[in-house]
Write a protein that binds this ligand. Structure first.
Ligand SMILES: [Mn+2]
Length: 278
């Protein structure tokens, strides 16, 4: 398959950026950090990989501050400034799945698609709730998990404010806690195998997804497993550079995102980057 968009990509610093699990409308959303990230973005194609708006959360408790509206305005502005923007709705914004196949304010809405990198690797791109059945976590556990997550987010925000006053950088309580829970690790493993299996079944080089709020880039069962993380805990993005190399960018709230690792180097995740459950 030829890379028709190469001349366009050449004008931008990056070829593709994948972000997901922003959860606009949810109190835990890191909208201010995302705005800083989007302001500095120079990319040919931006993929919004699901759970962009958290309709579930807004049904439980309406919440829509100016910063969340500013993110929506910014995304539309990016689409209208010449960057190709593709939106793949997730489970928290699944109402938008009714519009898959159409375009809105210059944004293409897709259920899933195959992404070809500059160096010719082909990836299955989807949000990832498609693999929930394979993970087999009970509805009750899911419900308890959601409530727990809300409490952790609230506690985490208090800790974050204290850390900020003391001059420390961003740190996620939920993310750290989940690293301590064996069940959460098993959930992640099962999810990653299910995703890798789907890519292999389609004869592709890898899979790019979100959903479980755990940024990762590694080889699982012989295919590339890439997860772009989230903007609730990690403030992370999956980035394809102009050579087609994939890496994770971790927004620290400072000027420049920190690159976590690249697919070429198959760098393992740092120990504090283990998390679960969307
Ligand atoms: Mn999700």
């Amino acid at each position: 398959m030829s890379e028709a968009s190469t001349p366009v990509a050449d004008r931008h610093a990056l070829k593709t950026v994948f972000i997901s699990d922003i959860h606009l409308g949810y109190r835990g959303c890191q909208a201010e950090r995302l705005l800083q990230f989007l302001d500095q973005l120079d990319v040919a194609q931006l993929v919004l990989l699901g759970d962009i708006v958290d309709i579930w959360s807004m049904k439980r408790r309406p919440y829509w501050p100016d910063s969340h509206q500013a993110v929506v305005r910014k995304l539309v502005a990016i689409a209208q400034s010449g960057t190709k923007v593709v939106y793949v709705p997730g489970n928290h914004d699944e109402a938008f799945r009714d519009f898959c196949g159409s375009a809105m304010v210059g944004i293409d809405i897709r259920r899933d698609f195959i992404h070809e990198t500059v160096d010719g690797k082909r990836y299955l791109v989807l949000h990832g709730d498609d693999f929930d059945h394979a993970v087999k976590f009970s509805e009750i556990l899911k419900h308890v998990g959601e409530k727990m997550y809300d409490v952790l987010m609230w506690l985490g925000q208090i800790i974050q404010k204290c850390r900020h006053r003391l001059g420390f950088g961003y740190w996620s309580l939920a993310s750290w806690l989940k690293h301590q829970v064996p069940d959460a690790r098993r959930y992640i493993e099962r999810f990653e195998h299910a995703a890798a299996h789907a890519a292999a079944r389609h004869g592709l080089d890898g899979v790019i997804c979100g959903h479980i709020h755990r940024p990762a880039i590694r080889v699982v069962d012989g295919v590339h497993y890439c997860n772009d993380g989230d903007w609730v805990e990690h403030c992370s993005a999956l980035v394809e550079n102009r050579a087609g190399q994939l890496s994770l960018a971790y927004w620290t709230g400072r000027e420049v995102p920190v690159l976590l690792g690249t697919m070429a180097a198959e760098v393992a995740q740092p120990a504090d980057q283990l998390h679960a459950a969307a």
